[in-house]
Design a protein around this ligand. Structure first.
Ligand code: 2F8
Ligand code: CA
Length: 189
């Protein structure tokens, strides 16, 4: 073997080593990139799944409230007492039929009840037990009233029972009257 052959051999080995080193580096770099891509992908999937869960939860909660509200409105049905009577006798008319004078606890219901009748009607609200402390027939306290301006005024200290008068503006048509006054009542079953 001449000196030239030896040089050629060494050069060839050097080239081979450099190539192998490069291949190894490339593999390492590729591995790193894959790992990075993989972990980014995992974060993205986790965040997306989290978002979907939150959206689903919000959707389910909204559906629950909508269905409950609809069911509450549907299960209630309303009817008028058959003749003009005092608040107590109108209430008795309702109770004899498994119902009671209507409770109005939302703007939606107030609008609905105002469109339900063209007559002045008793509603299930009074302050007979304690003046100024309005209570519904289920003993719950009044939270939102739809009073006519200046009402309730307990005129001459004699007015403890409440009417809805649809001739007045839809969100301002309640008035207190003497309980012995005679009008029809709205019953809710
Ligand atoms: O009928 C009783 C009723 O009489 C009046 O309305 C027509 C009173 N209004 C005013 O005094 C402003 C009601 O408060 C009273 O209930
Ligand atoms: Ca009054």
């Amino acid at each position: 073997m001449g000196i030239e052959d030896i040089y050629q051999n060494v050069e060839h080995k050097d080239n081979k080593n450099t190539f192998e080193l490069q291949t190894q580096n490339n593999r390492q770099a590729e591995g790193q990139a894959q790992k990075c891509r993989g972990s980014r992908c995992l974060v993205l999937i986790t965040v997306s799944l989290g978002l979907i869960c939150v959206l689903l939860l919000v959707f389910i909660i909204l559906q629950h409230f909508t269905i409950t509200a609809e069911r509450d409105m549907r299960k209630s049905w309303f009817f008028m007492s058959n003749k003009k009577n005092s608040w107590s006798d109108s209430r008795q008319y309702c109770r004899d039929r498994g119902a009671d004078l209507v409770i109005i606890n939302s703007e939606e219901k107030q609008r609905f009840m105002s469109s339900f009748t063209t007559e002045r009607v008793w509603i299930g609200l009074s302050d007979t037990e304690q003046e100024g402390n309005m209570k519904w027939v289920d003993n719950s306290s009044l939270k939102q009233g739809f009073w006519l301006e200046g009402e309730p005024n307990d005129l001459n200290g004699t007015e403890d029972c409440n009417e809805l008068n649809p001739a007045n503006p839809v969100l301002n048509n309640w008035n207190d009257l003497p309980c012995s006054f005679t009008i029809q009542g709205i019953c809710e079953k």
